[in-house]
Design a protein around this ligand. Sequence first.
Ligand SMILES: [Mg+2]
Length: 236
Amino acid sequence: MENLNLDNYRGVIFDLDGVIYNIINAVKKAVEDVIKKYNLNIDINTVLEEIAHLIEEIQHYPVPKIILKSYDLLKLDFLKEISYMKKVRIAIFLFNQFNEYRKDSGLFEGIEEIIKQLYKKNINLAILTNNQRTYAEEVLEKYNLNKYFKTLIGFNEVSKVKPNPEGLVKIMKTWNLDPDEVIFIGDMTTDIQAGKAAEVTMVCVASGLAKSSDLKEYKPNYLVNNTEELKQLFNL
Ligand SMILES: [Mg+2]
């Protein structure tokens, strides 16, 4: 396995959901509930990535905006045979179920150790999430990780969320670091797009929602399959 020399870097930016916080079961259970309730004839594995992207996209909207933005729902492949109003109902139900299950989520095993080791090396640490900053604060506080992160950026702190690189650029400016001194760790194709646009070193963790083969197509600098491989990549 490839190695990345951390001595060349002074900042590491983490995505939260899917990298630190394990929401995979929450998404899966929400999708299972939708399939059951609406009697959909679909295979959960084929729609998981699409749903994960939808959740990533709409998680910071209040419900009225979800309805306004529901044009996006019409584009969802797995709902193509279903009427518009039903699609909106399905999306809102899905989102509510996800929010309930998310409360039972935990950290990826081993991620805490990685965060602590990076912190010990005096590397600046940040969270960049398309969710609310307060959500990130709650998760970090719950697991006593808040002291390690110097900077938290949620959707309120940027005018454009990922895949736009604005959040990454903002963090680098705060730290006064150049892109070649910074690593971004994400789990979705939108993270890779943001990382590449910001010209930082992009590390992608294929932790379960997006397929490894799909992530590979977006050409991250490094692609690992789980937290254990991430630890190996960093030689920690
Ligand atoms: Mg994520």
